[in-house]
Design a protein around this ligand. Sequence first.
Ligand code: BG6
Length: 492
Amino acid sequence: MYTNHSPLKFPKNFLWGGATAANQVEGAWNVDGKGMTIEDCLPYREVGVADLTKQFAFSSKDLEEALNAGPEANYPKRRGIDFYHYYKEDIKMFAEMGYKVFRMSICWSRIFTDPEDEQPNEAGIAFYLDMFKECKKYGIEPLVTLSHYDVPLALVQKYRGWYGREAVELFVKYARVCFERFGSYVKYWLTFNEVDAMLRHPVTSGGLIEDQFNDVPFEQAMYQAMHHQMIASAKAVQIGHELCPDSLIGCMMTKLCFYPFTCKPEDNLATQQRMRTLYRYVDIQVFGEYPIYLKKEISNKGYTVHFEEGDAEELKKGTVDFVSFSYYMTSCWAASTEGLEMSPGNTVNGVKNPYLPSSEWGWQTDASGLRYSLVELYDRYRKPLFIVENGLGAKDKVSEDGKVHDPYREEYLKEHVCAMSDAINEDGVDLMGYTWWGCIDLVSESTRQLSKRYGFIYVDEDDYGNGTFKRIKKDSFNYYKQVIESNGENID
Ligand code: BG6
């Protein structure tokens, strides 16, 4: 249980809010000129909460099945929570909670039905424009992710996703349209969500389907695809700065955190090595070049990453203004994990920490780890930080009184607010804001369950798409409202 060490205090302009991603909320997968994305092809699988390998497995056969699936098939991302039609109602509720910022993502395939189209899809542009206007009406700043996992299917089919160098210029074209058309409404931007994720789940992050890579080792293909995202991000940052000089453009990483399981030197070393893999690509986005340990990692495996002429300069010129990250849990690591109990986490497994509680999905919640992470990131990057995802997935129930009582969510939030406050006031971390992940229930990324609920707002829908989509404010809705109203000072 984390309690604050010094009085709770947040900067006056601290950006409190909530976060979502297009592919997990919008639904409306085939309307108004939207092209398909890889996310529309991910089926619901009854494989248990901890089995990440099976959840993320995806073959050309799965793709084929998805393309031929009838309306009875369960592809949860296709329906999301129908935010596409409910966004006005939902943003109104975010405003009622007092949000200063709303993190959302633009679906590339709404802006370009096919990334190779010459002209953007005006219906898609109109949708986001209206959403931004709606936010502005309530004084909410949009925080926009340009790419949150929904790789356009056409890119997968034509170029094997981000493995194809073509993806870079196509993304740049899309980013340019976003800056041009939305720049007057949007100040805060992120290029790629969890930019380190491709090496853990290459299908959703990069559109790379393993069985399509017989000509090149799959891991090498992933490093190459990562390189393309690095170049695309660096170019997008430059265009954004040029077209929208007041904008702030950040990177976004999965802030995992591993503690050594014991104080044995070899466990410490193994943990340090594992922790460093988290920073490989953020180091590039912040410092503008590949860190030496990443170069070694690639060459020691016998791989090469192909740089086109000018790539190194692009990386140098396209560094980010701030570092944002997701944070949910921690776990431990050891030189040998044989015989040790493991625990699942955000797309990783770690050694189970005997001192931490676990969520219903086995994630070990740990507010101290948030402070630890803030300190670590600020010491490393010396850039303003932004927590753009943090939250608790739980099995909420509508009680007989028609309400949703979720004290566990309030408890989680409270502890993390304390940890942030201490990081700011005791450790001197420059923290721009905090957006709670899944501020309204949404489709889980890893399990595709709606029943893994994060929201302050309940959505009447189950894992199979049954329900009315009606929204219900949970108890935590008023709790977060109180936290924001008091600028983080009233958490009781
Ligand atoms: C982050 C992703 O990794 O974790 C989100 O950016 C995701 O898209 C979130 O939803 C929580 O993970 P999950 O698997 O519980 O949805």
